[in-house]
Design a protein around this ligand. Sequence first.
Ligand code: SF4
Length: 692
Amino acid sequence: MKKIASVCPYCGAGCKLNLVVENNSIIRAEAADGVTNQGTLCLKGFYGWDFLNDTRLLTPRLTQPMIRYHKGDKFTPVTWEEAIRYTASKLKAIKEQHGPRSIMTTGSSRGTGNETNYVMQKFARGVLNTNNVDCCARVCHGPSVAGLQETLGNGAMSNSINDIENSKCLLVFGYNCADSHPIVARRVLKARQNGAKIIVCDPRRIETARIADQHLQLNNGSNMALVNAFGYVLLEEELYDKNYVARFADGLDAYRQTVNDYAPEKVEHLTGVSARDVRQAMRTFAAAPSATVMWGMGVTQFGQAVDVVKGLSSLALLTGNLGRPAVGVGPVRGQNNVQGACDMGVLPNMFPGYQDVTDAAVRTKFADAWGINVNDMDDQVGTRITEVPHLALEGKIKAYYIMGEDPLQTEADLGLVRRGFEALDFVVVQDIFMTKTAEVADVLLPATSWGEHGGVFTCADRGFQRFGKAIEASGNVKRDWEIISLLASAMGYPMHYDSNQQIWDEMRDLCPLFFGVTYEKMGEMGHIQWPCPTLDHPGTPYLYKDNQFDTPNGKGQLFAAEWRAPAEVPDADYPLVLCTVREVGHYSCRSMTGNCAALQSLADEPGRVQMNPVDAHALGVSDGQLVWVRSRRGKVITRANISERINAGAVYMTYQWWIGACNELTQDNLDPTSKTPETKYCAVQLEAIDDQ
Ligand code: SF4
């Protein structure tokens, strides 16, 4: 029996665990004393590993390269040589005929690790010669990255997960940490025990609301109006830190002009929150000796998400809550390595280390290091994942190489996504399971899983952590970066790596932000937060020390915008708001957690529609009853889950359920900057099914 130090492959909390292995099988996971989790795990950490033992609950593991030579054919098992030859020749032909930008690629924010993401973006940029590489940050915290880069200079948490409990006030906005990051929720609870004031802004009575000093139960879709009202109160009641703003922030006059129209009394009809409560919340927030703003996808999955992120960071700026311990802005990233995928440049506008693809000097640096002609590199921002269906239907994207993503389950408006896929000439899926997307691929490239390889993840607070290989993979599978390297070589660019560390060191040499984060420094249990520019640098637990912001003029940028209504509002035909949410026992598209026996038995029907008793009574729906949920784009069948915690007029579903995926209903109104879809808001109707 042996114990292998690893990092949980689910959420961005970055919990360290030990995988206990016997006879090449994992027999249990034990909590380890990681910096963010300190000897505890949530149920996914404890029970989320047995898909590695092939429990075959939901869908089979991919164990053999396969090709579908003609549309409509079945998959044919092939050798790796044939899979690589065929894929390389198809990609090469499409590139030659339609140009590099006709091919889309993805990195993966899950178990594959930072090294693979680095290699994937190198393949896209250096071999395919396109910036068309993206990841699922696009559909979650893309707005946090875009918004914070503009207002403060870095698209990441400014603070540390383990410092949340030291803050004296937490403004928790659109963030259900008990379900999405249970170990972060523990920090919120500890902060409460340490005397912090907790202000929760959420339409539902989420778990954190139960321990909050104030729960502002805002109307769905009114985020910008409420954030502006907060700013109005800070200015009008002169609660803001005038000295701090004068020294360290820009844009106060324009900010004041915009929020002037958002007196809380004036926007009560929009926000649904009483002016008295809004004023009280800001008095508490401004009076706290230290305050932290935390948010989740209740902020980012809207068509006006980037504006709201900028507005939330303005609240921290106005009150001087940046640049020291126990304060800051905390967009808590969802998937375990979505921060890392962004760090490694699987973004259409950034090389690894957040270096701009439109900067000629940066392109030259990478071209020289990779031994390619800089003139072959793409100098324009590439395509985002959410743009692919539209561009495929227009004939501009012809091929899609998808690694560790499942867009046919996770993207908004699945009918649109399916039509986009049908228009593609060539789809390659590199994954560990036969996902919904894998089912429609032309080529399947089976990869090793978390547990079967090691590497580095970045958790939500910018902390790099190593995870180990616990078992040997069974089946005819390969490491992700080995598959990509074989493809690159077959396309005429010799690429060969011997180890994760070799890739990591190549990446470090090109990224000043990460240069000091060596494998040795991380060790088995280390957690090194970027920026870490030199070998003797210890890492950065909080950003913006001395209030030096990483913006062009070094100042924080205040920002407010007029509230915009969501794209599709309820009407007589579709009278309810549908909002997508999380389920504590399952993760993302459920391909991993759905194959874990313990998690499956705890939540065997994720995806029930949560609704208020008033709406249920009006529609004649009883708890557990089968219902149809319809939007203008599709319909799904599920069971009702009736709860007082749900606000009247809205219903909530997770997207993990494979039978009635709620993304059949959602719509892809994209934020104009981040191109993130508005999966938190669309109009639906609900009909009880007589199942007697
Ligand atoms: Fe920790 Fe998140 Fe894993 Fe739970 S799912 S053990 S909170 S990393």
